[in-house]
Design a protein around this ligand. Structure first.
Ligand SMILES: C[S@@+](CC[C@H](N)C(=O)[O-])C[C@H]1O[C@@H](n2cnc3c(N)ncnc32)[C@H](O)[C@@H]1O
Length: 224
């Protein structure tokens, strides 16, 4: 069970618009790259092969679109869904020529529409981190073809701090922009995945390249 918090996606959209504006000021964020961890050239990052060999893929919380662009350049038919219209517009300008469809939508509402199915769904520090897994995972399962893969990465939970975690944007003064991210121990992620109908579930932590630095939570399951 997860605690219920009062998400206001209009409010959260403003936060993510500000995030997208700031992210696109760094030109390196516009380079197609696919990595699950927050560390460049991490030797333990499984890379895009962790998704198998999908013909179609959906990125949930596609942000800068760089992972979607990486897959599209290799022939995958990719859709990116993101709450932020700023992110979606910038991705369209940068990567529209690759044939990626970028959709501006809140992911729970979008998947509830149930219009398409994919060989893979993934999130890299994306919507799987910011959405209640008890609601999201069954919708993801419903959007996958049989045998399809759902995988996501995000920071691991801080020990003892589980469930929805309120997060203010950028310091503790100024407009109160906030969102919620979801943190659980590895065993609980596995339980959410299996309850949503995924098999062969693995949930693990990749250690940071530097001992004592923040690692990466990595979860994957196969739609039964
Ligand atoms: C930390 S960013 C990371 C995105 C991406 N992996 C990247 O490299 O840019 C998280 C993204 O998730 C999106 N997001 C958060 N909650 C969402 C939701 N409920 N529905 C759709 N997108 C969401 C945000 O708009 C933001 O672009």
């Amino acid at each position: 069970m997860t605690a219920t918090v009062p998400h206001n996606y209009e409010h959260e959209r403003a936060l993510w618009d500000a995030f997208a504006d700031s992210a696109w000021k760094d030109p390196s964020n516009g380079e197609p790259v696919f990595r699950w961890t927050q560390y460049k050239d991490h030797p333990a990052d499984p890379g895009p092969d962790f998704l198998g060999a999908p013909a179609s893929a959906l990125e949930i919380g596609s942000g800068t679109g760089r992972a979607a662009a990486y897959l599209a350049e290799r022939g995958v038919k990719v859709t990116g869904v993101d709450l932020s219209p700023v992110a979606v517009d910038k991705c369209g300008e940068a990567y529209g020529h690759l044939g990626i469809e970028f959709v501006c939508a809140e992911i729970l509402a979008h998947l509830a529409g149930g219009e398409s199915s994919f060989d893979a769904v993934y999130s890299i520090f994306g919507a799987a981190w910011f959405t209640d897994p008890a609601r999201l995972f069954p919708l993801v399962a419903g959007s996958l073809n049989p045998g399809g893969i759902f995988a996501f990465s995000q920071p691991p939970a801080i020990p003892g701090a589980y469930g929805p975690q309120g997060m203010y944007k950028g310091g503790f003064a100024g407009p109160a922009m906030f969102t919620y991210r979801y943190s659980y121990p590895l065993t609980q992620w596995k339980t959410f995945m299996e309850a949503a109908g995924f098999s062969a579930v693995e949930a693990r932590e990749i250690e940071a390249p530097t001992p004592g630095h923040i690692g990466t939570l990595l979860v994957r399951g196969v739609k039964s």
